[in-house]
Design a protein around this ligand. Structure first.
Ligand SMILES: O=C[C@H](O)COP(=O)(O)O
Length: 248
């Protein structure tokens, strides 16, 4: 049985003051029946991990370097992030792919590094609007999945996040049929490659998830939770999404 996951990605938002939102969230969701994860900017990982000690809240990072250490000014390695308190690391977010030119091979190496460091890799894939409109969504998703998920991935150490690029931060959400089609495709592709283990991977949906659409999205087969951006910044927005996932 896959345990559901409500994951918040704060992206490049938040200072120490913002952690008050997490204190509210932890107080209001002290014993969630789903996994709850917040990935703040790297500057806040250690501070949030300290605050989350003893609470049912996992802390994650938004990216990592492929190497364990070395001359890479400004970068952070997976073991360093784990040392700071991250138990999950997002890899291959479309904003990293676009802003930093990360390829599937880069994402695969980062995911492998995250897993080797003992973190759960949250591996992101998703098509652009142009790819969706040209009918190549499943080809794109299949290629990203094959290229970005490392051989050492299992259901315990990796999560797949399907985030259509055109749905991120836009308020546009695919239809439930579109989400169902991609999630079923991802599930079958994982089964082809990993056999029975393929059914153990959690597959999250991400892109303009909010309290008002969460129930509908979480009712879709093979949606094991969400990777939430904007609506994860405030407890008043993220709390109801956690509740919806618990009730799904
Ligand atoms: O990582 C989160 C996603 O990019 C979704 O962001 P959003 O919920 O602001 O659309």
């Amino acid at each position: 049985m896959r345990r559901k996951l409500a994951a918040g990605n704060w992206k490049m938002n938040g200072t120490k003051e913002s952690l008050g939102e997490i204190e509210t969230l932890m107080a209001e969701h002290a014993s969630p029946s789903v996994d709850v994860l917040i990935c703040p900017p790297a500057t806040l990982v250690a501070t949030l991990a300290d605050k989350a000690e003893g609470h049912a809240l996992a802390v994650g990072a938004q990216d990592c370097h492929t190497n364990e250490r070395g001359a890479h000014t400004g970068d952070l390695s997976a073991p360093m992030l784990v040392d700071a308190g991250a138990s999950y690391i997002i890899t291959g977010h479309s904003e990293r792919r676009a802003d930093h030119g990360e390829s599937d091979a880069d994402v695969c190496a980062k995911s492998e590094a995250a897993i080797a460091a003992g973190a759960v890799a949250v591996i992101c894939i998703g098509e652009t609007l142009e790819e969706r409109e040209s009918g190549s969504t499943l080809d794109v998703i299949g290629g990203q999945l094959d290229g970005s998920v490392p051989d050492n991935a299992t259901g315990a150490n990796a999560v797949i996040a399907y985030e259509p690029v055109w749905a991120i931060g836009t308020g546009k959400v695919p239809t439930t049929a579109q989400i169902a089609e991609v999630h079923a495709f991802v599930r079958s592709r994982l089964a082809e490659r990993f056999g029975d283990e393929g059914s153990a991977f959690r597959i999250l949906y991400g892109g303009s998830v909010k309290a008002s659409n969460a129930d509908e999205i979480f009712a879709v087969a093979d949606v094991d939770g969400a990777l939430v951006g904007g609506a994860s910044l405030k407890a008043a927005d993220f709390g109801p999404i956690i509740t919806a996932l618990q009730n799904a």
